[in-house]
Write a protein that binds this ligand. Structure first.
Ligand SMILES: [Zn+2]
Length: 316
């Protein structure tokens, strides 16, 4: 069985302004790298659908989803009337006229990947999407995120496919506070996360519910020390939980060369972490993994790290 690669051209139409690190070129850099390396040839490419809003509401308040859709419509009207079509939601997070489509494609990719993996059409899948999702809370967009792609897909696997236990693994340099907000206390989910601390969004020092396992890591910690912590803290809990499917919030901004964070991972560490997750998936979940792009802002480093991640997922 092969590894799916879900994306859509709409994901490049979300534009938060000149110089914003969460830029459309991130996806182009990944595509170029997969083309040149040949890794792209080994993947099954699929187009991401729009997320059904009723599925987005598995993780978000209905009023919040409606408000995002309303903003999307309003921006379209503005542009048609000759306006700029741009609105700022928080100091880091803005919507352009193309954002609402990108938001729906990003979550739609996670849903479609979940369907394909559970149906046995694909062993696992990577969603090369933006905007990212793990800071998006039940009723709030923040930190470059609007809908929480991974939380929606995890809930979708539980509610629509009847799975009993799913794990969420988040190795972005920032704490996945949105995923935590949505999934804390849901005993069908185990979330394990590592992130630089103290650091944006300044949460996660404690694990707020028994199904949340946070691993706050001081700035300037390098790969070997992080691997030791993963082995000591994450792995026993994942093996004990025996997930039927694993969702990855795959951010690559904990890379040593990514200026948005100060952790010291390198490509080999991403390969190693992916291998650990894959071992758990193969032991209990029939190999089922859906991985969604989160952060990663140095274009070259992002592309190299995604390649490393995909080589393990696809056994290349
Ligand atoms: Zn991040």
């Amino acid at each position: 069985m092969s590894t799916g690669y879900f994306t859509h051209p709409d994901c490049k139409k979300h534009d938060m302004g000149t110089g914003h690190p969460e830029c459309p070129e991130r996806l182009s850099a990944i595509e170029d790298r997969l083309l040149v390396s040949g890794v792209g040839d080994a993947l099954e490419h699929r187009e991401a659908p729009l997320v059904p809003l009723v599925d987005a509401e598995l993780a978000h308040e209905r009023m919040f989803v409606a408000a995002l859709r309303g903003l999307g419509d309003q921006l379209l009207d503005e542009v048609q009337a000759g306006g700029r079509g741009y609105t700022q939601l928080d100091p880091d997070t803005a919507m352009s006229v193309g954002s609402w489509a990108a938001i729906q494609r990003a979550a739609g990719a996670a849903i479609a990947a979940t369907d394909a993996v559970i149906a046995g059409e694909l062993e696992n899948a990577f969603c090369a999407v933006r905007p990212p999702g793990h800071h998006a809370c039940r009723d709030k967009a923040m930190g470059f995120c609007f809908l929480n792609n991974v939380a929606i897909a995890a809930r979708y696997a539980l509610e629509r496919h009847g799975l009993q236990r799913v794990a969420v693994v988040d190795f972005d340099v920032h704490h996945g506070n949105g995923t935590e907000d949505i999934l804390q206390g849901d005993e069908r989910v185990l979330m394990v996360g590592l992130f630089q601390h103290p650091f944006y969004p300044y949460s996660g020092a404690d694990s707020p519910a028994p199904n949340m396992l946070n691993l706050p890591i001081p700035a300037y910690t390098r790969g070997p020390a992080i691997r030791e912590q993963i082995e000591a803290v994450w792995m026993p809990r994942l093996h004990e939980f025996k997930p039927e499917m694993i969702f990855i919030s795959a951010g690559f901004d904990a890379h040593r060369e990514d200026d948005l964070g100060q952790l010291g991972l390198v490509e080999q560490d991403y390969s190693w972490i992916t291998r650990c997750i894959k071992d758990v998936a193969q032991a209990y979940a029939g190999g089922r993994i859906v991985s969604c792009l989160e952060g990663g802002y140095n274009l070259s480093v992002l592309a190299r790290s995604v390649e490393a991640h995909l080589r393990v997922l696809a056994d290349l």
